[in-house]
Ligand binder design. Structure first.
Ligand SMILES: Cc1cc2nc3c(=O)[nH]c(=O)nc-3n(C[C@H](O)[C@H](O)[C@H](O)COP(=O)(O)O)c2cc1C
Length: 191
């Protein structure tokens, strides 16, 4: 089947952790957040909040406190995708916010790829220490949960999308356990 532009973007997306000099315009950042807000959410509750950070000192503080998001110090910007426990479907003790916000975060990653930007999902939720650091630095109240910090910038280049297609994980009509050989998988490097 032929690739269209959307499929090309999906298959070209990769985590980018090294950035060249250069800013991301406010217009582009707003477009990324618009893409986030276009995501599906349970009962259309849209429990998300997006904190866009471009201030160098704040990016440096985030990098300093988050050992798996060191690249934030060299990023042009970062978008923190958060969920509001009060606005999610299922009440304040539900985890629906994290599912809704994951859909929004993926939209942002794909939109960034489509604009020629490089971005990477770095974890907030479910790690209390990382969420605490984001909470403190970004003044998030306790009902606002940070799912992910997405540092982004002009890609320095070099990263390639991984080939992840694995026919053993595809099941037609019903599940059948498949113990076939797994394709070689390189360990992720978080730095
Ligand atoms: C829930 C989640 C948490 C992640 N946390 C981090 C992180 O803290 N730091 C990081 O550098 N990458 C993080 N990643 C990115 C993954 O390492 C990356 O997506 C994976 O290695 C596959 O590579 P790809 O994105 O280039 O396809 C995370 C991704 C997800 C979905």
């Amino acid at each position: 089947m032929e690739m269209n532009e959307t499929l090309k973007t999906i298959f070209s997306r990769k985590s980018v952790r090294a950035y060249a000099e250069g800013a991301i315009s406010k217009e582009q950042l707003e477009m990324l957040v618009r893409a986030g807000m276009a995501a599906p959410s349970a009962v259309d509750q849209r429990p998300w909040e997006f904190v866009v950070v471009t201030d160098r000192a704040t990016l440096a503080r985030l990098a300093e406190r988050l050992s798996y998001a060191k690249m934030a110090a060299r990023a042009a910007a970062a978008i923190v995708v958060c969920g509001d426990l009060r606005r999610q479907w299922g009440g304040p003790d539900s985890v629906m916010w994290s599912i809704d916000c994951a859909a929004a975060a993926q939209n942002i990653l794909l939109a960034a790829e489509s604009l020629g930007l490089g971005a990477v999902w770095t974890a907030g939720y479910p790690y209390p220490d990382r969420m605490g650091a984001m909470r403190e630095i970004l003044s998030l109240p306790d009902y606002i949960q940070p799912l992910t910090l997405i540092p982004m910038g002009i890609p320095r280049g070099g990263e390639k999308p991984k080939e992840k297609w694995n026919p053993a994980r595809l099941h037609w009509e019903r599940y059948r356990e498949n113990l076939g050989a797994e394709p070689e998988k390189r360990a992720a490097v978080h730095e």
